[in-house]
Design a protein around this ligand. Structure first.
Ligand code: AMP
Ligand code: GLY
Length: 423
């Protein structure tokens, strides 16, 4: 089989390496891929959000199956466009990707179907939003409706921060049209859990749970990033929480989307908060998480391609998705200064990986045979082991053997999870 993967980050590298384990896979094309992915797939310089370019590529190459992973192309209808060419895909259609593409849509869906989430109000007028915020309590959560590169959520501690956030999003349009509508949400507390799931629109099968580390610095300080590291499984996602989530969140969401005529097929990501009043949805993503995928897929025992084909053909069943016991940790090596200004172009030296170790490249390019840094998050050092503590130790030991100038990593990935386990 010849497979097209749309995307070019660490998540895509993890997906590609997993797909390659299936002997049926003859070739993988990555659009655009990156300098590290080039070792595992043929990369072509077509941007992931260039739907016309992707369609032109798919017309010119023999593609049997396509996997679309980033949010932008999914929300823009990449799966619809590829299916029009007769190419079966893994990933939701445009009308289902809206579950991530519009926070107002997903909030209305949750309210309509009684899915637990933070209380909220939607506004299309800045002055009305400000008046509402001034009359309410702080902290308050302000969210731009549309995609905003993961930066569209502001937690305002006081009136001044709230007014500034509303003006920046709705009047200055710092996130463009994504800020035409905003949500003002109740501030929830509790540990966060990421649960990626496979769904064919009827059956939903959760993958092993994970924990992201979104802030740039240790002790969850500094700016929000795309994710500085992950661990799996997440100790807060206990058996009883999992059962409650399945009954109150996972199944009702998939059924609600079907009832709305927006059947969701692909990977549905549940961003959850385990509040004192039970688990609530913080956000939905219409795709695999990054860097959650980098710890989830190494623990997947079943064959990823077979699952993806079953999702596409609407014959998914829970017994198709098996995870190994044990744990995984991913330590992200970033360019110093990320998520703000940083320098790139430094040569990366990589060690040979041992058993149960992986290096997934996110931001690197090949130049004259050398791998050079080219992005904020450069790569993830991943290890799996029998328990979380040893997976963390192994992932850090692997990360210490990777060198490039200007490298930065957090030193406490997984520590909060260990504490939760009493270790
Ligand atoms: P999101 O982009 O929706 O994942 O939000 C980014 C982060 O903002 C989440 O990971 C949470 O830490 C935080 N957040 C979002 N919504 C809320 C809320 N209602 N209460 C408290 N924190 C929130
Ligand atoms: N790591 C968070 C996300 O993929 O949205």
């Amino acid at each position: 089989m010849k497979i097209l993967v749309v995307g070019g980050g660490g998540r895509e590298h993890a997906v590609i390496k997993s797909l390659k384990k299936n002997a049926k896979v003859e070739k993988i094309y990555a659009l655009p891929g990156n300098g590290g992915i080039a070792a595992d797939a043929e990369c072509f310089p077509v941007k992931a959000n260039d739907i016309e370019g992707i369609v032109a590529f798919a017309k010119a190459h023999p593609v049997d199956f396509a996997v679309v992973t980033p949010d932008d192309p999914l929300v823009l209808g990449c799966v619809d466009a590829l299916e029009e060419l007769g190419i079966p895909c893994f990933g939701p259609h445009k009308n289902a990707a809206i579950i991530e593409g519009s926070k107002v849509f997903s909030k209305n869906l949750m309210h309509k179907y009684g899915i637990p989430t933070a209380k909220s109000q939607t506004f299309t007028n800045a002055e009305e939003a400000i008046a509402y915020l001034k009359a309410g309590e702080f902290p308050a959560v302000i969210k731009a409706d549309g995609l905003a590169l993961g930066k569209g959520v502001i937690i305002a501690q006081n009136e001044e921060e709230a007014v500034n956030a509303v003006r920046e999003i709705m009047c200055d349009k710092v996130f463009g049209a994504s800020g035409n509508s905003i949500l003002v949400e109740e501030f929830l507390t509790g540990p966060e859990v990421s649960v990626l799931s496979f769904t064919d629109g009827k059956t939903v099968v959760p993958m092993v749970s994970s924990m992201d580390h979104k802030r740039a610095h240790d002790n969850d300080e500094g700016l929000n990033t795309g994710g500085m590291g992950t661990i799996a499984p997440n100790p807060y996602f206990t058996k009883s929480v999992a059962k409650e989530c399945m009954e109150k969140i996972f199944l009702p969401t998939v059924q609600a989307m079907k009832t709305e005529g927006r059947t969701f097929k692909g990977c549905l990501y549940f961003g959850l908060m385990i509040t004192p009043k039970g688990p609530k949805v913080i956000e939905y993503n219409c795709r695999f998480g990054d860097p959650e995928t980098q710890v989830v897929l190494p623990l997947l025992e079943s064959d990823l391609l077979e699952i993806m084909l079953a999702v596409n053909e609407e014959r998914l069943s829970p017994d198709m998705v098996k995870f190994k016991d044990g744990a995984a940790c991913c330590v992200v090596l970033a360019s110093n200064g990320y998520p703000q200004k940083y320098k790139t172009g430094y040569e990366i030296t990589l060690p040979k990986t041992g058993e149960n170790e992986e290096i997934y490249i996110a931001g690197a390019k090949l130049e004259d045979g050398k791998l050079l840094t080219s992005g904020g998050r450069v790569l993830g050092a991943v290890a799996t082991d029998k328990d979380l503590k040893s997976a963390i130790t192994k992932a850090y030991a692997l990360s210490d053997k990777i060198h490039f100038e200007n490298a930065y990593k957090r030193s406490d990935i997984g520590q909060r999870a260990l504490k939760a386990k009493g270790e």
